[in-house]
Design a protein around this ligand. Sequence first.
Ligand code: AMP
Ligand code: MG
Length: 494
Amino acid sequence: MNLPAESDTTTGHVGLAWSHEFAALGPDFFTELRPTPLPSPHWVGTSSDVAKLLGLAETWLRSDEALQAFTGNTLLPGSRPLASVYSGHQFGVWAGQLGDGRAILLGETAGGLEIQLKGAGRTPYSRGGDGRAVLRSSIREFLCSEAMHGLGISTSRALCITGSPAHVRRETIETAAVVTRVAPSFVRFGHFEHFSANDQEPQLQALADYVIDRYYPECRSASTLGGNPYAALLQAVSERTANLMAQWQAVGFCHGVMNTDNMSILGLTIDYGPFQFLDAFVPGHVCNHSDTQGRYAYNRQPNVAYWNLFCLAQALLPLIEDQEIAKEALESYKTVFPAAFMARMRSKLGLLQSRAEDADLIDGILLLLAKNGVDYTIFWRRLSQAVQNAHFEPVRDLFADRAGFDQWLLSYSELLPLDDQALAANLMLKTNPKFVLRNHLGEQAIQAAKLGDFSELQTLQRLLEQPFDEHPGHDAYAAFPPDWASSIEISCSS
Ligand code: AMP
Ligand code: MG
């Protein structure tokens, strides 16, 4: 359908001003369409932090007008909804055209943030899907977006979730929900792959220019890589992705579906599906029950990211024009990832300066954690407290192999800054979270929400927004997972 043309910046009474720069790319990049309404919407959750980011008044965010707009039942004044087209590699195989099958971009605010409704109905890219998202997966996406932000990890944000009694068929009948997601851009590697695979070079270039001009302007004046701005873009994306992988690995986050269409061109964590924060440290852990080959196992993520960047490089090759330069741009991943990972792990250990011995110390503890199946988050938090109190018994108790741990502790003590133990502990307590969104915690919030009780979700959200704080009285949320946690099966079904 054709929507009335909007001026470049339109301010509605809501207070949102729009710039719609993605829409300016033209119709080869998207289809304009309205969200499909859902009956009897209700609020499930909101983020004050994201509201502030968008300049939205909290009182308005509680209004029926906001509820209807963020369910997709009415249009925010000045918004210009569209679904974008992209392609991608899924589980290592070229999947051809995909696109926003259930996400509808309302537009881009003058503040440079795109607002998307996920689960707002079918689009021309739905491919047999219903365009909907269920309450369960929407709560997981909402909580994890805000949890990742709380952890200081680049991510799309979530403004709110609304729910509806409308039925959605998955393995069983569930109810519908809509998550309002916010990010500077939802452009994916797959957007580039799409135009490249279809030999649409002018569109490929327009997209690359759009991304460079808005998000990577420094690429225009790059003096390396033959002064090629598209190679500079590839390098910048490789570096951001490398930094993101270092953060995921260090915190024990498994994404679960690292297809190229789920890879952000800005190096953000996007498209939360069957993700998981590790409970016990199992390097080969596969969190997605649909991933039967274990392609996206925790310890494979850094290599998969590189593989995905290789696909992006292939897609950009018509613009870069020189295979050697493209390779060189990509190569930066191989130095940035290990350096960034080491830096994160040093912080986790409270090591204030880098030494040659650090690598062995890090390998040593990861090996011990794996061998003893130690809970990853609890280990790091207890180690932080042990350094703070100079009392290592509670962390030692986590290991069946006490002798192995004692030996490691000996080498660790030698590297710890004796004169600056307080500084080290301080760094560790700010690096090693007390609270992460474990599967069973998400599950408890989901079960309560299904019964109309959103207090669990709110409590969890509050803890995850400040995951490094102690939050007295909430130790149960930082405890070992219950036995039933291992039987939770999270698949691509969402
Ligand atoms: P994902 O693996 O969740 O990132 O989804 C892969 C592709 O399938 C994307 O193009 C999604 O938009 C699309 N998709 C997933 N679920 C649905 C759905 N329920 N309805 C329409 N499209 C969907
Ligand atoms: Mg996706």
